[in-house]
Design a protein around this ligand. Structure first.
Ligand code: CMP
Length: 145
């Protein structure tokens, strides 16, 4: 964990679009559930086919999403990943690999479920991102067919 003080963590969370507009009470709640972790470049953050144990959000750095060895998306600060397996219970749909030293917020599956149920607007924001990713995937498919 990089940020030891709870108030520092809350300050970081305030700037994350996924958590924008939340009350101090909800930010406190998220800060208690989230660990901050730093990973080196080339670390496999999530492995395709693996079991989903956590939800992750990039605070600094970047990562690529790889499916069957092909890069399908790039993620940067403010982007999250790992939500799909936690929502549907299926294996990880892709690998996510750090492309530079990367600072992440990591939330365990059970805490993520709890936040989904209690943090206002969180489900909707995640749905909006899922829709955008589906649109981008459809556009990519259409361009190669
Ligand atoms: P999950 O399946 O749990 O683990 C791999 C993650 O990669 C997945 O959740 C999404 O968060 C992310 N992911 C999968 N496909 C895409 C995509 N097309 N664009 C962006 N992110 C993706």
């Amino acid at each position: 964990m990089l940020l030891r003080r709870h108030s520092d963590k809350v300050d970081v969370l305030k700037k994350v679009p996924l958590f924008s507009g939340l009350s101090r009470r909800h930010l406190d709640h998220i800060a208690r559930e989230a660990d901050e972790v730093k990973e080196e470049a080339d670390t496999i953050l999530v492995r395709q086919g693996g079991l989903g144990r956590e939800f992750l959000l990039i605070l600094e750095g970047g990562a690529r999403v790889e499916k069957d060895g092909q890069t399908i998306a790039r993620l940067g600060p403010g982007d999250f990943f790992g939500e799909m397996s936690l929502i549907d219970g299926m294996p990880r749909s892709a690998s996510v690999i750090a492309e530079s030293p990367t600072v992440l917020l990591v939330i365990e599956a059970r805490s993520f479920q709890n936040l989904l149920d209690t943090v206002p607007g969180l489900q909707k924001k995640i749905l909006v991102t899922l829709s955008a990713r589906l649109r981008a995937a459809d556009a990519r498919l259409a361009s190669i067919n």
